[in-house]
Design a protein around this ligand. Structure first.
Ligand SMILES: *Cc1c(COP(=O)(O)O)cnc(C)c1O
Length: 431
């Protein structure tokens, strides 16, 4: 499979090159040259297949012969070695819990797949790879965890100071070894802008073999399709609606890609907090990036979602088709809190703030549409990652899982930077 740059279709790379470089040399996002069509037989038999079998079938065409079958099987098995339960909330409303991985958020799948692909590709290379990643909260921990202790790879994480939760911060600043955390006095968009600029900076690229681990990297983006197939296993003969808490739009874009390759889906809902660029676009057909606004669902505080161009590409930039398949709602922090309470009171279910944005969006969709389709809300993080918000909203204490308990005794280690590119570059060039 080849991938082209969304800025210039004639600029192509294979999966290995796209995974290593992260972004095309012209700064464009990579996109598969064609969307593989899955066989009807595979789709009809989904519920009888194991998650590993589904993973292999879905990912193989995207990886091509860049990784042999035995190694790809192994990488997939390691990537998805935890559970993805579908929990019934009430009639026709479900929570697909994607937070049972090591860092308690859905990003573990993409990060684990990518880290294993990169170490596979780097095994005979003696030049160190530097993974440069901006995080709004959960990416950093997932990527750091995926690469911790991997030979020949170092990870540099940029995160916005005071804008991630305490547990998120501990997950990305306490690992040490080959993991370095940069505490940037700015927003996630500032961090992302620095990373984007570094990739097109000749001096930095001469000094480092850089790769990106943001959701723009195909090795992180593509395996997220698997959630949708795993959920669909349980909804035979029913066309589900997927409601996806969205920030940078990588996860929902992977779901839409799964649909484009044949997975039956009735509709997608992009559940957003007050950062509502896509909702506004769907109303006005005018895409206006905004400055990110901080909210309680901080992993979705994105004012210019990178992956949205990939969604446009899947729809061939045909607005009516896109609007027909995708809705978006914008949920305030007040609504997020009241939804956390309602879901707990009415269904004894504890959501996290991102999931709550999802449930609130699902309710709004139901008010506007007379739908008989099951709605599957992707619960993207464990409520404990946002313990202060959830405990205050519900007036209860949450138990810390063991993976969090051991973090509480560790010391944070960061390099503090302002949000200018030149400060970052000086730091990089003087290491
Ligand atoms: C990253 C993240 C999101 C947003 O996912 P995108 O792929 O960036 O849209 C939603 N919820 C949580 C908990 C996250 O960590």
């Amino acid at each position: 499979m080849n991938y082209y740059s969304l800025n210039n279709k004639s600029l192509t790379s294979n999966f290995k090159q796209a995974a290593i470089t992260g972004i095309a040399p012209d700064g464009g996002l990579y996109f598969p040259e064609f969307i593989p069509k899955l066989y009807d037989k595979f789709l009809a038999n989904l519920s009888t297949l194991s998650e590993e079998e589904i993973g292999l079938k879905v990912m193989q065409p995207y990886v091509g012969n860049e990784i042999d079958k035995a190694n790809l099987e192994k990488i997939i098995a390691e990537t998805i070695n935890f559970n993805f339960p579908v929990v019934k909330i009430r009639e026709a409303l479900y929570s697909l819990e994607l937070y049972h991985g090591p860092t308690l958020a859905f990003k573990d799948v993409g990060a684990r797949f990518m880290s294993r692909c990169l170490s596979y590709f780097n095994q005979n290379n003696n030049k160190k790879i530097t993974v440069l990643v901006a995080t709004s909260g959960d990416t950093g921990g997932a990527v750091a965890n995926g690469f911790l202790g991997v030979d020949g790879v170092e990870v540099i994480i940029l995160y916005p100071k005071n804008k991630v939760s305490a547990i998120q911060e501990l997950q990305l600043t306490t690992l040490g070894q080959n993991i370095i955390a940069l505490e940037v006095d700015g927003t996630f968009d500032d961090c992302q802008a620095i990373v984007k600029q570094a990739f097109v900076d000749d001096a930095v690229n001469a000094a480092y073999q850089l790769t990106s681990a943001n959701s723009i990297n195909v090795a992180r983006w593509l395996p997220q399709q698997l959630y949708y197939f795993f959920a669909a296993k349980e909804f035979k003969n029913q066309l589900p609606i997927f409601c996806v808490p969205s920030g940078n739009f990588g996860n929902i874009c992977a779901g839409i890609l799964a649909w484009a390759s044949g997975l039956p889906v009735h509709h997608f809902i992009a559940a957003c907090n007050t950062n509502n660029v896509v909702q506004a676009y769907l109303q006005t057909q005018n895409y206006q990036p905004q400055k990110a606004v901080p909210t309680l669902s901080n992993a979705m505080d994105v004012g210019n979602p990178s992956n949205f161009v990939r969604i446009l590409e899947i729809f061939n930039h045909q607005f009516p088709e896109l609007k027909n398949k995708l809705s978006s709602y914008s949920i305030t922090d007040e609504e997020t809190i009241s939804t956390l309470k309602q879901i707990h009171q009415n269904y004894t279910y504890i959501a996290d703030p991102h999931g709550a944005v999802g449930f609130a969006s699902a309710e709004q969709y139901l008010q506007e549409n007379n739908s008989i389709h099951p709605i599957i809300v992707l619960e993207t993080a464990h409520p404990i990652k946002f313990d202060v918000t959830v405990q205050n909203a519900l007036g209860i204490n949450l138990d810390y899982p063991a993976s969090v308990q051991h973090l509480l005794t560790k010391r944070k280690q960061t390099v503090k930077l302002d949000s200018s590119y030149s400060t970052f570059k000086d730091w990089m060039m003087s290491r």
